[in-house]
Design a protein around this ligand. Structure first.
Ligand code: SER
Length: 315
């Protein structure tokens, strides 16, 4: 085992499943340790270990064993899962991050942690939401994200921890199965289109939300971690944005590939969560500080997801 390894928690989640191979490609397979609580992909190639992020002693053991100097701490419960079990969301989302930050002080670790558009709430301006704005979320997940952003910044100011974070929009990908989130409708819809030709959408057709294709999110996350520290003016979490679309716009993009695809709109409890989040995000600070630039627009994303999900269903 070489020194200066990278630990990825939540390695088999939506983001982890694509971040781990990208990190392996960039830094070498022997430098990346994929950590999972229980889910492990059978076809995984690389270094893989088991552990729960709420278990401080286990995390410390792994950091020593693999000589970790960087953590991408992705393990967490999303917005819908958090409303089902707020206590569990608090324990995992806050307990895990607190453990990682305390270990970052002790072992001088660089930390990446995703925040989310869920950090915003009903009192936040919804159009071109600025970097510095009102953060009064109404979900447990959002409460965790705001608290985590502030805790990360606090550890940076007080203990000099190199904490870096992005407010992820809805991330759309096909390699892993979608998690328990509000924006994940934009992934489920592809499975339904290809399997059934029909989708029952849990959001109203005009519900605009900030979104991004996973390739862009992975590139941006690694780019932020590679940026020189002196360029970074935000140590809570950067606004991070690419595209914003409504279910109706996504349906129209899918119908360009599959013209007979049909949809019913039956808004459920996730509508209120979506309504509390911004429609578009101003991420000018990320673009200025470390050169953030996305590559995928709605059409390109739709094509990539459609083909990816189709291949996955075939296999
Ligand atoms: N995809 C997440 C959710 O909807 C947003 O961070 O919960």
């Amino acid at each position: 085992m070489t020194k200066n390894s990278i630990l990825v928690t939540g390695a088999f989640g939506l983001v982890g499943s694509e971040l781990v191979p990208a990190l392996q490609k960039k830094y070498g397979q022997d430098k990346v340790i994929a950590l999972a609580r229980k889910t492990m992909a059978d076809d995984f190639i690389g270094i893989l270990d088991k552990g729960d992020v709420t278990d401080f002693a286990r995390l410390e053991e792994l950091i020593k064993q693999y000589q970790i100097n960087t953590i991408y701490h992705l393990a967490g419960i999303l917005s819908v899962g958090g409303e089902k079990n707020p206590q569990l969301a608090w324990d995992i989302n806050m307990g895990g991050l607190k453990n990682v930050l305390d270990l970052a002080v002790k072992y001088k670790l660089k930390v990446f942690w995703p925040s989310s558009i869920a950090a915003f709430g009903p009192t936040t301006p919804t159009q071109n939401t600025p970097q510095h704005t009102v953060l009064e979320p109404s979900t447990m997940y959002g409460v965790n994200k705001v608290a985590g952003e502030l805790l990360g910044q606090y550890y940076h100011l007080k203990y000099d921890v190199d904490f870096r974070s992005l407010r992820y929009p809805g991330l759309n990908a096909y390699k892993a199965d979608p998690g328990d989130g509000t924006t994940e409708y934009a992934i489920h819809i592809f499975y339904a289109a290809i399997k059934d030709g029909h989708y029952v959408c849990p959001l109203k057709p005009n519900t605009r939300l900030p979104m991004m294709y996973m390739d862009d999110a992975i590139n941006g996350s690694i780019q932020l971690m590679e940026a020189p520290a002196e360029k970074l003016t935000v140590r809570t979490s950067y606004n991070f944005s690419a595209i914003s679309f409504t279910p109706a716009e996504l349906v129209a993009a899918i119908q360009k590939i599959q013209p007979d695809f049909t949809v019913d709109y039956q808004p459920n409890h996730t509508q209120a969560i979506a309504d509390s989040w911004p429609k578009t995000i101003d991420d000018g600070v990320a673009r200025q500080d470390w050169g953030w630039q996305e590559k995928f627009d709605l059409e390109k994303m739709t094509k990539a997801l459609y083909e990816g999900v189709k291949e996955k269903i075939k296999a």
